[in-house]
Design a protein around this ligand. Structure first.
Ligand code: CO
Length: 626
């Protein structure tokens, strides 16, 4: 190669997406600090160390203050730029917050050390990114505006170029192409980057997950088309559902007409450290070797598939997996082809499962889907199926304004609620974002998990109390044998084997107070808190029961049974209440979504058989009506 080599920057994601994708976001600050100085010397373009799910996980699982983590990391990284992932108006939570919260959050993150803010919206609705972009600029930091990459009839080059221009006009300093599912093929990446570069004249950074095995090739083609920066993780925490490995890309690029500013020998020394660290988190490790073919086949994120398996297994309906996988694209189409990323992936996935389990599409609809149809998550990227929308919200008109325009300022109200417990704005923000976790955290009463045993300490015998073997014999050809073990307070780990088109696949699943850990994205903190307090039901060995909310009329009394496993989230009508047919009696929380259980007939509630927080199985009687 002659002439000057073109510089390609490398962002190391090990301390954020790397452990979020492979170790359920459990890496502690104390495991980051010893290597910080060494990482700081490497010459990375930046380090992604904060945001995404880490804010929540820090408090919830590690009893650490996420602000404290940022402060100490900033102190430790003296040279390298630090970056975070920000979910637009959702910040690091799962719903829209008021503008005053966005303003305060961005200011504090900037003050404590974030240089580059990567901002995205689950619907690619730039109105949901606008406020965050403004605030980052106001604080003099770098705005990396993000295009979430997905597939579907509406997603052509024109779509992405239009979005790219909108982001540029809002003041983006660079553009990130976020391939959260690992479905961007190398050639598509080439065309996409080429057009964006021609049109926008902005630096482009690529983000992918290695789930489908295409990531490193995709990066190379994107770089050939002009991409400026790529996201990689240290080889010890790379591949699988994480990013392509840093060392691989450094070796490939430095050998070609590019230079990364990184030295392969030097950068290789980091893996020794992270290999050891990874051992501390074995119980959370979701690594599966090889390529997840289903991502290539169905273009759905790997985590989603494992969620379906867990959900269906709990409903004793694992034989419906294929049906659910076929239902996902149909639901997505009805909803106007949202990208599948937090939280839209959870919303679409849960509704697909409901549509299959209920035996009728949209017979049961989660509150999240209702709100989606009301426009409360933003504008759907494509056309929503109006017939389905009508079935779900009737004659109600969806909103057309930016959703956050309808949210009253939240800071002053929260201040009154929490009083002196929040000593500063940082703590108040923790409370606003995750009230149920932040309150006990600030009180010092949060029971965080005990530290994972270090490698040189004698390991506790992993043999848990109460090993349960589950053996569901489904005659349909899809078999499942799962062993679950309660290995810590409220946490069960296990593996599940299933026969998928003749191929036996084995997945590790972790069910804990937060739901199913194969899914890195979490959804609604309010619902999750309920789960923390109650045991997650483990599927029992019994014949597959496929019941939907059922009315049995005997001597004038109707009983309503649970259509699926879940937890009682709210009881709206009490015993003795008069109800009309179709009125909501209670809300069942299942698959992290809220499902309304309605009165099947007019009458009086004669008996409520459940309490808030109860874990229930399909077929359990919920209430009776006279
Ligand atoms: Co990612």
């Amino acid at each position: 190669m002659s002439g000057q080599k073109r510089h390609v920057g490398i962002t190391d994601t090990t301390l954020r997406d790397g452990h979020q994708s492979l170790l359920a976001t459990r890496m502690k600050t104390e495991d980051m600090l010893p290597i910080a100085e060494q990482m700081d010397e490497m010459g990375f373009h930046s380090l992604e160390v904060w945001g995404g799910a880490t804010f929540d996980s820090c408090m919830r699982f590690l009893n650490e203050s996420p602000w404290e983590r940022l402060k100490v990391l900033r102190k430790a990284f003296k040279k390298t730029k630090l970056q975070m992932l920000l979910r637009g108006q959702n910040l690091v939570g799962y719903k829209h917050y008021a503008d005053d919260v966005v303003e305060a959050f961005v200011a504090k993150a900037a003050e404590h050390g974030i240089d580059i803010f990567r901002i995205f919206d689950a619907l690619n609705d730039v109105r949901n990114m606008q406020k965050a972009i403004e605030e980052v600029k106001k604080n003099g930091k770098h705005v990396q505006a993000t295009i979430s990459y997905t597939l579907g009839p509406i997603y052509d080059l024109e779509y992405y170029l239009k979005m790219g221009k909108e982001l540029r006009d809002l003041g983006a300093d660079s553009i990130c192409i976020k391939d959260m599912a690992g479905i961007l093929t190398p050639y598509a990446a080439y065309d996409l980057v080429k057009s964006l570069k021609q049109e926008l004249d902005l630096p482009i950074q690529m983000h992918t997950h290695y789930t489908s095995g295409m990531g490193a090739m995709m990066y190379l083609k994107a770089i050939e088309a002009g991409a400026d920066v790529i996201d990689t993780a240290n080889s010890a925490l790379a591949l699988g559902t994480s990013q392509p490995a840093t060392e691989t890309m450094v070796a490939v690029l430095n050998d070609g007409p590019y230079e990364t500013g990184l030295d392969l020998e030097k950068v290789s020394t980091l893996a020794e450290y992270f290999k050891e660290v990874r051992k501390n988190y074995q119980e959370f490790d979701v690594y599966k070797s090889g390529v997840d073919v289903n991502v290539l086949r169905y273009q759905i994120p790997g985590g989603m598939l494992s969620n379906f398996i867990t959900q269906l297994s709990q409903a004793n309906a694992l034989d419906k997996l294929e049906e659910v996988l076929k239902e996902v694209p149909r639901v997505r189409e009805d909803m106007g082809f949202p990208p599948l990323v937090t939280p839209s992936s959870q919303i679409v996935g849960a509704q697909a499962v409901l549509n299959v389990l209920a035996g009728e599409r949209y017979k049961m609809v989660t509150n999240e889907v209702k709100n989606y149809m009301r426009g409360l998550y933003g504008q759907a990227p494509g056309k929503v199926n109006e017939e389905i929308r009508k079935k779900i919200i009737g004659d109600e008109q969806p909103i057309t304004v930016r959703p956050a325009d309808l949210i009253e300022p939240q800071i002053e109200t929260a201040k009154k609620e929490i009083g002196d417990l929040a000593k500063n704005l940082e703590e108040l923000l923790m409370y606003i974002l995750f009230p149920q976790v932040a309150k006990p955290f600030l009180e010092g009463t949060l029971t965080a998990e005990k530290p994972a045993p270090k490698k040189d300490e004698p390991k506790e015998e992993k043999k848990p109390q109460g090993v349960e073997a589950i053996n569901t014999n489904l005659s349909s050809g899809v078999g499942s044998v799962a062993r679950f073990a309660t290995n810590r307070r409220n946490t069960r780990m296990g593996s599940i084997s299933f026969n998928f088109n003749g191929k036996i696949e084995k997945l590790k699943i972790l069910v804990d107070g937060n739901g199913y850990q194969m899914d890195m994205g979490k959804f609604d903190e309010e619902i999750e808190e309920k789960e923390v307090k109650a045991q997650v039901p483990v599927p029992e060995a019994k014949e597959a029961k496929k019941e939907t909310a059922k009315v049995e009329t005997a001597s004038g009394e109707s009983t309503v049974t649970a259509p699926m496993p879940g937890k009682i989230f709210k009881i709206i009508k009490n015993e003795g209440a008069k109800v009309k047919q179709g009125e909501i009696v209670m809300i069942l929380e299942a698959m992290k979504m809220e499902n309304e259980i309605i009165a099947p007939v007019d009458g009086t509630i004669s008996k409520i058989n459940v309490n808030v927080g109860d874990a229930i199985n399909p077929g359990d009687v919920l209430f009776s009506i006279n």
